[in-house]
Write a protein that binds this ligand. Structure first.
Ligand SMILES: N[C@@H](CCC(=O)N[C@@H](CS)C(=O)NCC(=O)O)C(=O)O
Length: 235
C-alpha cells in the first residue's frame, strides 16, 4: 500500500495520474495546503520542503519508504511498476533530462505565473510578464521536442509526458491558449483522452476550492520564509 499525500493541483496530478496509470494500490491522504497541513511535523518528516505531493511506500523492500518531490516519486513508481520508463540507456537518460527539465523549468515558471495571474494585486506587470515569457518559452521548447514525434521520449508515453502534462493542461487559464503550439496542443489532447489521466485529475475534486482564497489561506501559503515555516512547524 502507498500513502499518497495530496491536494488537487497540477503538482498533485502528476502523481495521481501515475498512480492511476500503474494501478498500484494507494490511499489518498489530503494535505490541505490552505489550512497548513504541510507544516505538520508528521508531514514534514516525509516532505522536508513543506510541499505536496509526497508518498510513503509501505511495501518497499527495506521497509516503509518516504519520497518527496514529484520527479523522485515518478521515478520510484516507474521502477516499482516497471512501466512508463524506457528500458534502453539513451531513453533512460532522455527521460531523466525531461524530468529535470520539468521540475526545474516548466513547473516553477508556470507555478510563479499562476501566482501572479491569480493572486498578486497591484503593480506587478514586470514580474507577471517575466513568468509569462518563461512559461511561453518552455511551451516553445516542448513544441520543438514534439515536432515529428508523438511523445517526449522515444516512441511511447512515459513519465516524461506524465510530469509535464498537468502544467500544460491549464495553459489557457494561465493566458496561453496554445494556438502557437500545435504539436503541444495535439499531445495535450491525446493524453487528456486517457481514462487513467481523467481519474487522476478527478481525484479529490470535491476538495477543490471554489471562489477566492480566504485571508487565512493567503497567510498560510504566501510570504513564506525560513523563519515563518520554522514557527509554523513549532506551533
Ligand atoms: N517541486 C515540487 C513542487 C510542489 C509544490 O509546489 N506543491 C505546492 C502545491 S502546487 C504546495 O505543496 N504548496 C504548499 C505551500 O506552498 O506551503 C514538486 O514537483 O513536487
Amino acid at each position: 500500500m502507498i500513502d499518497f499525500y495530496y491536494w488537487p493541483t497540477p503538482n498533485g496530478w502528476k502523481v495521481s495520474i501515475m498512480l492511476e496509470e500503474t494501478g498500484l494500490q494507494y490511499r489518498m491522504v489530503p494535505v490541505n495546503i490552505g489550512k497548513g497541513d504541510q507544516f505538520k511535523p508528521e508531514f514534514m518528516a516525509i516532505s522536508p520542503n513543506n510541499r505536496m505531493p509526497a508518498i510513503v511506500d509501505h511495501d518497499a523492500p527495506d521497509g516503509p519508504l518516504p519520497v518527496f518531490e514529484s520527479g523522485a516519486i515518478l521515478l520510484h513508481l516507474a521502477e516499482k511498476s516497471a512501466r512508463f520508463m524506457p528500458t534502453d540507456r539513451v531513453g533512460q537518460k532522455e527521460t531523466m533530462e525531461w524530468l529535470f527539465w520539468q521540475v526545474g523549468n516548466l513547473g516553477p515558471m508556470a507555478g510563479q505565473l499562476s501566482h501572479f495571474v491569480n493572486y498578486a494585486e497591484g503593480e506587478h506587470a514586470y514580474s507577471k510578464q517575466r513568468y509569462a515569457n518563461e512559461y511561453n518559452r518552455c511551451l516553445g521548447v516542448l513544441e520543438r521536442r514534439l515536432t515529428a514525434r508523438e511523445w517526449i521520449v522515444g516512441d511511447a508515453y512515459s513519465i516524461a509526458d506524465i510530469i509535464a502534462w498537468p502544467w500544460v493542461l491549464i495553459a489557457r487559464p494561465l493566458g496561453q491558449p496554445l494556438d502557437e503550439f500545435p504539436n503541444v496542443s495535439r499531445w495535450r489532447d491525446a493524453i487528456k483522452q486517457r481514462p487513467a489521466v481523467q481519474r487522476g485529475v478527478d481525484l479529490g475534486k470535491e476538495l477543490r476550492r471554489t471562489g477566492p482564497r480566504s485571508d487565512e489561506e493567503r497567510r498560510m501559503l504566501f510570504n513564506q520564509t525560513a523563519r515563518s515555516v520554522a514557527e509554523q512547524v513549532r506551533q
